[in-house]
Design a protein around this ligand. Structure first.
Ligand SMILES: Cc1ncc(COP(=O)(O)O)c(C=O)c1O
Length: 456
């Protein structure tokens, strides 16, 4: 038994004394059970013993991830340090999330200050930080109104619900959302259905069916798009939305093309459907513009954000223009934590930092430097590397074999990368990365590619 339960006679016990007020529970004379809990170990304790973290994972953490055996103790800027004293240049940033890097003073201060005021109150009340962040997001995009949540999957779930309700209001009772093969939209049941990759759906069906109402086409393929829309419109179903990443991230760093997105916009306008852009990975500055769709000639009706929105503090948002901003009414959708003061304080700190430090310009310059360096390496090692793709600081280089071993070789050189699909090594460093750090990343990657090519 982990919990031992003892009986304790409490008389005149004193309650927790808050710094600004004191309260006494007087004459509480009753027989109550004292339940003794196993106290948690401190993080400092975990880090003292070399394998403590790995051992606990083995026994007590569900194995939903294939993890590298690195135990991260601390971060600073674009660097991560492990408990065994190794230093890494971080070109993963928590999978395109830590836009301001690690231990950023402005983000830390904002979160700390908000904790001292109030960090969570629920959406029963008005939250100044949520209002300010909604103002900033709408002032810098095509959106009019924002719904806040906690993650990318939740933001997309909100977009999908909004599209279904919008279709319902137009008399469509079998609403279809078109998404792309090789897309990625999250891990809830509905967002794995939206995700056009059967490997994420395997084992989660009901009689072989996922959530109904999703159809898939090849990304950037105008003919398939047109014929799918025609097929849906000529059936007893109706087109609710076309939902695409402005740049496919997990699918292998594939930027959307102008003709495809222009046609999506036209077809949505013709049919009354909503155009949705999933900006969870490419948004919040990573493309060199605030939103990925701003690299394309058209604007969506709805777009979603998460990851970099809080710089690593969990927050997500679903943003809508006039067509979709008022589809949800009270009770239609909700999230207990969504847009809480703490997460929104983080979002505001990221927003202010992007504005004050000309971060978007840095993303474009460092992105161009990274592309040029990767292209040079691809020319030098044509048997190992292929094409270089992406926008801003969301870059991928094709690998002729599986990307995994090359990502491992880079790690051995002190550079953290993450694969995007089976054959692409992805670079998603913090958006504040310096010129010297990009040079260093290219040098480390060059060494990794050289060693890999010599041993294969
Ligand atoms: C484009 C895109 N959408 C949605 C998600 C899911 O986001 P989350 O893991 O925060 O639910 C991801 C995550 O990688 C993503 O890249």
């Amino acid at each position: 038994m982990k919990l031992s339960v003892a009986l304790l006679l409490l008389t005149g016990a004193h309650a927790f004394v808050a710094p600004s007020q004191s309260r006494t529970i007087s004459s509480l004379s009753a027989t109550v059970e004292k339940i003794e809990l196993v106290p948690p170990r401190s993080t400092a304790d975990m880090m003292k013993e070399q394998d403590a973290t790995a051992k606990s994972y083995e026994s007590h953490v569900q194995k939903t991830y294939g993890r590298y055996p690195l135990t991260i103790a601390k971060g600073e800027g674009c660097r991560l340090f492990t408990t065994d004293g190794k230093e890494y240049l971080d070109c993963v940033s928590g999978i395109a999330t830590c836009a301001l890097g690690h231990n950023n003073a402005a983000l830390t201060e904002a979160v700390y200050k908000q904790m001292q005021e109030c960090h969570h109150v629920s959406n029963l009340y008005l939250i100044p930080a949520q209002a300010a962040l909604a103002d900033w997001l709408t002032a810098n995009s095509c959106a009019e109104k924002v719904f806040f949540c906690n993650s990318g999957a939740e933001a997309n779930e909100a977009a999908i619900k909004c599209a279904r309700k919008h279709a319902h209001n137009r008399g469509i009772e079998k609403p279809v959302i078109i998404t792309a093969h090789q897309s990625f939209h999250g891990r809830t049941l509905t967002t794995i259905t939206a995700t056009g990759q059967p490997k994420y759906q395997k084992g989660f069906g009901y009689g072989g069916q996922m959530v109904p109402g999703f159809e898939y086409i090849t990304y950037n393929n105008v003919e398939e798009l047109e014929s799918k829309v025609k097929e849906i419109q000529n059936s007893d179903r109706g087109l609710a939305a076309i939902m695409m990443e402005a740049l496919q991230g997990e699918g292998g760093i594939i930027p959307g093309n102008d003709a495809f997105f222009t046609r999506i916009r036209e077809l949505c306008d013709e049919t009354g459907a909503l155009m949705i852009c999933d900006e969870v990975q490419v948004g919040m500055g990573r493309s060199g513009r605030l939103w990925g769709y701003q690299n394309l000639p058209v604007e969506p009706d709805i777009f979603t954000s998460a990851k970099a929105l809080g710089g690593g503090v969990p927050i997500g948002s679903m943003m809508a223009n006039a067509k979709a901003a008022d589809v949800f009414g009270p009770g239609d959708h909700a999230s207990t934590y969504g847009g809480n003061p703490l997460a929104c304080a983080a979002g505001l700190a990221v927003a202010k930092y992007l504005c004050d430090h000309d971060v978007l310009n840095n993303v474009r310059e460092r992105g161009a430097q990274l592309s040029a360096g990767l292209e040079q390496l691809a020319q030098q090692y044509p048997a190992v590397l292929g094409g270089v793709r992406g926008w801003g600081l969301l870059k991928g280089v094709e690998t002729k074999d599986l990307a995994g071993p090359l990502v491992q070789a880079a790690m051995d050189e002190g550079l953290l990368l993450v694969a995007a699909g089976p054959n692409v090594a992805r670079f998603v460093p913090p958006l504040i990365i310096s010129k010297a750090e990009i040079e260093e990343a290219l040098e480390k990657f060059g060494k990794a590619v050289k060693k890999y090519s010599e041993s294969n």
